[in-house]
Write a protein that binds this ligand. Structure first.
Ligand SMILES: Cc1cc2nc3c(=O)[nH]c(=O)nc-3n(C[C@H](O)[C@H](O)[C@H](O)COP(=O)(O)O)c2cc1C
Length: 238
């Protein structure tokens, strides 16, 4: 059993290796690691992950996003963003992405590759409605990844957006961050579900011969989304 003990501002962690006989599905271990990282607040954003996309010039680019939903069956994760941002446009052109979670204090890494598909509207609506009003206004006000001349110009855009949405800035500021205000989700903002075609789990071993295995599966595109086939597992040399 793994344990994480919070000490004087750091974590000590008794690691465990992957099971000798690899399970048929990597998601239960991935979820266990994810839950441990989140519940133990192992780092400031334990659900932070690096997302790599590929542009039309075949060049990759990488940035941090937050994993907001993890669904072990049929196995996908969800992050939320502006569909017209650089990453959004790159995914529209090429849905194949690469994702990396690194929980340094737990000496674990999860590597995911597969297509990113837009969430159903209801999933995006539900998550959008759960965000604080500032973030919801921001989703309308910021043309993510586009140039802007200054922070002042950005703030002006925010105030204009507040007006266009028929909101009262003074009222909102007085009511604080948890003010209950009705702000619709912008059509250009929502979730992306990443269906891994491969998942690699890596964990450190005291011997320095670290443990590593990759699971792969076929993904069949259907009218209603993606139908994943069975996983197959392979242990890899570190
Ligand atoms: C800790 C952290 C979490 C972030 N989470 C998100 C996120 O969930 N969604 C998002 O669109 N951007 C997020 N960002 C900002 C992105 O890293 C990036 O700057 C932004 O999405 C624009 O990327 P792009 O121009 O490549 O599309 C986060 C940044 C950091 C540092």
């Amino acid at each position: 059993m793994s344990t994480i003990n919070e000490g004087e501002g750091h974590f000590s962690f008794d690691s465990e290796l992957l099971p000798e006989t690899l399970p048929t599905d990597p998601f239960p271990i991935f979820q266990h690691w994810y839950d441990q990282a989140v519940s133990n607040k192992i780092q400031r954003n334990p659900n932070g992950m690096y997302l790599c996309t590929v542009g039309p010039d075949a060049r990759p680019s990488c940035r941090t996003v937050l994993c907001k939903i993890l669904v072990p069956d049929p196995g996908y994760i969800v992050f939320f963003t502006n569909y017209e941002s650089r990453k959004g446009r790159e995914i529209t052109g090429n849905s194949e992405v690469s994702i990396l979670f690194h929980w340094d204090a737990m000496e674990r890494q999860v590597r995911i590759e597969g297509p990113a598909i837009r969430s159903p509207q209801a999933e995006s609506d539900e998550y959008f409605a759960s965000r604080r009003w500032e973030s919801r206004v921001g989703a309308w006000a910021s043309k993510q990844s586009e140039p802007i001349e200054s922070q002042d110009a950005l703030m002006l855009q925010v105030f204009e957006t507040v007006e266009q949405l028929g909101l009262d800035t003074a009222e909102l500021v007085n009511a604080g961050p948890d003010a209950k205000v009705d702000i619709p989700r912008p059509p250009h903002w929502g979730g992306l579900r990443v269906f891994p075609r491969s998942v690699e789990l890596w964990c450190a071993n005291e011997t320095r011969l670290h443990d590593r295995a990759r699971w792969t599966r076929e993904l069949v595109e259907t009218k209603s989304g993606i139908a994943p086939a069975q996983w197959s597992a392979t242990r890899l040399q570190p």
